[in-house]
Write a protein that binds this ligand. Structure first.
Ligand code: TRP
Length: 469
């Protein structure tokens, strides 16, 4: 049999590693930017409801699967489905999930790379004084293909180097150190941001209910999956390194709570800056670079000690991204190790190198190559059947980066998550579930079962159906 499985040293260790996987660019970069695009309040509300009614149950389901099997995604699903009909289907679901994770990692590394360049830029500003970026400076930066590839390569290499060393000691140790520092720095920043004159408008923007399109609803749900790292087996894999006696539900609530809190704080900070300095135009018109444009402004113009904190902050953004990329790569590597019996080192190199091919395509799709930047699988059709299909499936997005992000986070993760909850709600042995979750009161267990069996999958289906009509 295989060697003894590595475990987190304690439930705090798991919580921090899980939070490390959950908190990342999704919170600091993506959430503020898609909330901005979708007009604020209602989007936030739907996002919160998605976390509560769908995200948390799916996360409980995933961790339970992994912990009880002590195996990573595909093997865990196969293990639990071994005596059932449709074993193949569940195994395929696992493979699909791992593939989705690989795709997410492929484009995530690009944005992660931006944290390195922002760090370098901040060092320059700290030494020579802050000069507000010229108009379109960020666009020029993203259009520099070689630079984008280089930064992403640097990031992917660090990820691979850590994953290669093994799981618990590396990942857990890093998360234990980094997560608390990130949290405190964000709190500090938010106190400063709240003293800005635009803070009131920022709060209003975040919490005033307004109108929203169906696509926004799908995006909010998709993001709930993305930000909690659900729907592709990351939490199954992380759960499989959890010891039997650690609480699943409590850990899930803490991870989801911290993740949501950090996302909201990030919005508050960024929007306070945007409303205070409307001249930060580029961030408003092309919110993709919001994090990298707005935050330095706050540091250098408002904060005492900003010249030190600014570079530190972008190191932390990099680390937050790193604990997330580690979790994604770990899913692929754990599959190769657990299922295919490949040595960890080889598995890491092989998977990281193959995923990097996609990263290159994504790196060229922010302006470096017209073909990659304008890529649309349906050639941008707007009329007739193909036009309709393009609208429904791709939301008329363009560019390899945007297309793979859209498909992975808004389609694959929710569908994967729905199937995983169905599996746990309908197929998993009830006694096993009860024993894993340690729910004493029959009423609570019943509620959870209803959520897993009906509520979460049906909500996901409704949203997906709504987008099509
Ligand atoms: N949750 C991370 C973030 O918010 C990203 C992430 C890590 C992820 N692992 C994942 C997303 C698995 C989807 C699937 O940045």
């Amino acid at each position: 049999m295989a060697k003894q499985r590595d475990h987190w040293t304690s439930s705090l260790g798991f919580i921090l590693a899980g939070t490390g996987a959950a908190v990342g660019l999704g919170n600091l970069w993506k959430f503020p930017y898609i909330t901005w695009q979708n007009g604020g309040g209602s989007f936030v509300l739907i996002y919160l409801v998605s976390i509560l009614l769908v995200g948390i149950p799916v996360m409980i389901a995933e961790i339970t699967l992994g912990r009880s099997a002590q195996l990573s995604t595909v093997s865990a699903l196969e293990h639990h489905a071994r005596d059932m009909r449709g074993t193949r289907f569940w195994s395929l679901l696992g493979w699909g999930g791992v593939a989705t994770g690989a795709v997410v990692l492929g484009y995530y590394s690009i944005i992660a790379g931006w944290s390195i360049s922002s760090f370098v830029q901040c060092i320059g500003w700290s030494l020579n004084g802050y000069t507000p970026p010229a108009e379109h400076e960020f666009a020029h930066f993203t259009a520099n293909g070689w630079l984008q590839i280089g930064l992403a390569l640097l990031f992917a290499s660090v990820t691979a180097a850590i994953v290669m060393r093994g799981v618990s000691a590396g990942i857990e140790k890093a998360s234990r150190l980094l997560m608390p520092i990130l949290f405190v720095t964000l709190l500090l920043l938010s106190f400063n941001a709240l003293t800005l004159s635009g803070a009131r408008e920022a709060v209003a923007f975040l919490f005033t209910i307004n109108s929203i399109e169906w696509h926004g609803v799908l995006e909010a749900l998709g993001h709930a999956f993305f930000t909690l790292s659900l729907g592709m087996g990351a939490m199954i894999t992380y759960g499989s390194y959890m010891k039997k006696d650690e609480p699943i539900i409590k850990s899930t609530l803490v991870i989801a709570g911290l993740d949501t809190l950090i996302a909201l704080i990030a919005c508050l900070i960024m929007y306070s800056i945007l409303f205070t300095y409307p001249e930060v135009h580029e961030a408003m018109t092309s919110p993709v670079g919001m994090l990298f444009i707005t935050i330095p402004k706050l540091f250098y113009t408002q904060m005492t000690g900003g010249i030190i904190l600014a570079p530190v902050f972008f190191i932390l953004v990099g680390f937050a991204a790193l604990t997330s990329t580690i979790s994604m790569l770990e899913v692929v590597v754990a599959l190769m190790v657990d299922k295919l019996g490949v040595k960890r080192k080889l598995a890491t190199i092989a998977s990281a190198a193959s995923i990097f091919m996609l990263t290159i395509a994504c790196a060229l799709s922010h302006g470096a190559s017209a073909w990659f930047t304008q890529f649309n699988p349906l050639r941008g059709a707007t009329q007739g059947f193909w036009g309709e299909l393009n609208r429904v499936i791709f939301h008329n997005k363009q560019g390899v980066f945007n297309i793979v992000d859209h498909i992975a986070s808004n389609w694959c993760l929710p569908i994967g998550g729905a199937l995983i909850t169905c599996f746990v709600g309908w197929c998993l042995d009830e006694r096993l579930l009860k024993e894993q979750l340690k729910i004493e009161k029959p009423f609570y267990f019943k509620c959870l079962k209803i959520v897993l069996r009906y509520l979460a999958p049906i909500l996901i289906l409704i949203v997906i159906y709504g987008v099509n009509t």
